[in-house]
Design a protein around this ligand. Structure first.
Ligand SMILES: CC(C)(COP(=O)(O)OP(=O)(O)OC[C@H]1O[C@@H](n2cnc3c(N)ncnc32)[C@H](O)[C@@H]1OP(=O)(O)O)[C@@H](O)C(=O)NCCC(=O)NCCS
Length: 411
């Protein structure tokens, strides 16, 4: 599914120095083997702090977010060199081709609130072609948070800002912020997934309550989502297999911020038939849904609609029109068991209602053996009779002897 897509992975400096970093490199090796292109951006906060303590030097900034004086820049350059070496060595041991690159040009941030930020920089330009060539040649570009400006002078950047601007420039499909935080928690509530606008509201309301590191990640996540990146993840790099679990399990382990179209209801395509058959099989075995063969689904594929997240089909329904009737039927409504109770079922019903109205319908019916309360309590349906069904449907139901209840809603 992700083949040939580009992921930008932003790793905090703390993670690179940890013995568990090798596990993360293994996960990156798996991504490369699956033909996913990876750009690595690294941070140096922790190594810079360690170097400062070791050398008893007072630094003016740790994270690339404040004024960077000469002594700090000098140590940051050293920390970046060491960290880059560790990453390149780890990737080499995994058999992954990689290269450091000067594809990002920086510029000075300048004066903020009357104070010159000295050697603190921001991204000025990203050389897309240079990065593209490295990726084309199956290399992992490794990008340091100490970059050069137009004149070749060094500047210290915030690695999350750097990763975001790189991702937006090369139109990556996702950014993964890997730190020692497992995601976004606000007032004790952990957020597994938030749509862009939900994140914006939460961010604006809780500016003062977020930990600085998470605050920055949320800020850059919004910038990335507004810049066209579909998904931004925050995950804990020290948790075993977190990278692969976050990407490949349908729920994930960290926090996901996503643009709306990542999660959508759409009409089914011919290629969805097998997935729809597999999705409904369990329910037909429990007699919740009437049996449908693969051939029956294929023949009626144009009437099916699916709820898709990140390319996975997690729910579906079928909207059937009858000749000479303004009553349409919602059939085969199903949500994958692992996703039950998250509102997907109600969204699918709303979609069916909207589409039925577009098709000139005035009533929507559903036939249910075991889901009566879902339709009446959650979706506003009422119990109907056989007379509420289009005649041909009523005849079919009598013949089937399923004794389903008729549910009806004015739309
Ligand atoms: C019915 C179904 C589509 C609901 O999907 P869902 O995504 O879990 O539903 P939502 O999250 O939108 O709504 C959840 C609410 O509906 C209720 N609900 C879901 N299925 C129910 C059922 N079979 N009986 C009673 N209530 C049910 C839940 O208890 C929950 O109520 P709450 O909000 O008060 O806790 C899903 O359970 C399913 O696929 N069932 C098997 C197939 C089926 O029976 N299809 C209907 C025949 S067409």
């Amino acid at each position: 599914m992700f083949q040939n897509q580009t992921f930008v992975i932003s790793i905090d400096g703390r993670i690179v120095g940890d013995p568990l970093f090798n596990n993360l490199l293994l996960d990156i090796a798996v991504l490369r083997n699956l033909h996913i292109k990876v750009v690595l951006v690294f941070g140096i906060g922790q190594p810079l702090k360690d170097l400062a303590t070791e050398n008893q030097i007072i630094i003016s900034d740790v994270h690339g977010t404040g004024k960077v004086d000469e002594a700090t820049l000098k140590l940051a350059t050293k920390a970046a060199g060491n960290t880059s070496h560790s990453i390149m060595q780890g990737l080499t041991k995994m058999g992954i081709k990689c290269a450091t690159t000067n594809a990002v040009q920086g510029t000075k941030v300048g004066v903020i609130k009357g104070e010159d930020q000295l050697n603190l920089g921001k991204v000025n330009r990203v050389d897309k072609e240079a990065l593209g060539q490295l990726l084309q040649n199956h290399m992992v570009p490794v990008i340091s948070p100490v970059v050069f400006d137009r004149d070749g002078d060094s500047l210290r950047l915030d690695s999350d800002h750097l990763a975001t601007e790189v991702a937006v420039s090369i139109a990556a499909s996702k950014i993964l912020f890997i730190s020692s935080h497992n995601g976004l928690t606000v007032h004790g509530t952990f957020y597994r997934a938030l749509e862009t606008e939900q994140l914006r509201v939460l961010y604006d309301e809780n500016l003062g309550n977020l930990e600085p590191a998470i605050h920055r990640k949320c800020k850059y996540a919004l910038r990335a989502l507004d810049g066209g990146i579909a998904r931004v993840h925050i995950l804990d790099g020290l948790e075993a297999d977190s990278l692969l679990n976050e990407i490949f399990s349908s729920v994930g382990v960290g926090t996901l911020f996503y643009n709306h179209d990542y999660q959508k209801i759409r009409w089914a395509r011919a290629s969805d038939a097998q997935n729809l058959f597999d999705l409904t099989r369990e329910s037909t075995e429990r007699d919740e849904l009437a049996q449908r063969s693969l051939k029956q689904i294929e023949d009626r594929i144009d009437s099916y609609f699916v709820y898709e997240i990140d390319g996975y089909i997690l729910g579906s329904g079928c909207l059937i029109s009858y000749p000479d009737s303004t009553t349409l039927e919602l059939a085969s409504l199903i949500v994958k068991q692992t996703q039950a109770g998250k509102g997907l079922g109600q969204k699918l019903v709303s979609f069916a209602e909207e589409q039925a109205v577009k098709k000139g319908g005035t009533k929507l019916v559903a036939l249910s053996t075991q889901t009566f309360p879902f339709f009446t309590k959650k979706c506003g349906f009422k119990e109907g009779t056989l007379d509420d069904l289009p005649t041909s449907r009523a005849d079919l139901l009598k013949a089937s002897q399923r004794n389903s209840k008729v549910l009806i809603k004015d739309i």
